[in-house]
Design a protein around this ligand. Sequence first.
Ligand SMILES: [Zn+2]
Length: 313
Amino acid sequence: IKGVQSKVFYGQLTYQPKACYACGHVFDDQIIKHGFKTSLIKMPSISGFHTYLKLRKQRYFCKHCHSTFTLKTSVVAKNCCISNNTKVSIALNAKDKISEKDIAMKHNVSHATVSRVIDSFYSYYQPNVHYLPKHLCFDEFKSVKSAAGAMSFIFCDSETGEIVDIVEDRRLHVLKEYFLRYSKKARDAVKTIVIDMYSPYISLIHEVFPKAEIVLDKFHILQLFSRALNKTRINVMNRDKKNYNKLKKYWKLLLKDQTKLDYKNYTYHRCFKKHMCEVEILHYLIDLDSELKASYELYQYVQHCIKTKDFEL
Ligand SMILES: [Zn+2]
């Protein structure tokens, strides 16, 4: 078929219809057989071959209304050459991480067909603008290339973890417009919103969710401290040429939870030219500079507070 070796099944569709498809007249001897119409129907592939059903469909002529009609089958929709099973297979394939183009190739159909089939199977999600969960979580993620902003916005119910909706663009004016679609009552019902330290969220929440309390995500707080510690380390590193390699190589030790540092296993470290354990290396590094030492202690302190959930501290 079209120069490609394919599997072709041959079939004939014939049965006595209940009535004329055109005028609805109940079947009688005035509705007569009127030749066949053959169509080539694309089926789901078999053993990797493009597969077709060459189907001869019985045609009838109705003497009551002088029209002709072709028998219907559940294999394929009227005036269509792609079997219903192929469409289902395309829709199921759309759940996988695969491009529409690849699905089209796999099913021997055009890209446009794949888009159309997906649209017909999956209706677009419409959030209820009169309801929002009491506790929300905001976050962003790197979206697909075609998305308007560099980052897309996602928010979920922080109690159930269920995604409420995704907004293509996380910029403030877009989000503001988006959330204003929700009724005031729905927005006022929101009690807490967990966010990272992306400052536009704070002004957004003040404006759109006046009754909600802002909760900063603890992982982002720690991240802020670890970045600051890294910055201090790099400053010391660039100042102290003698210890440059050591400060560069053992950066992970500074970020590691203090209580998990190894103090028993001595291994050979080439930049120190001797056997050392993690604790010894760490003390060597933080003793190089008083600011680095203070930063390190603060970072470990914050990490401890978060880990033990000691909010007072
Ligand atoms: Zn008729």
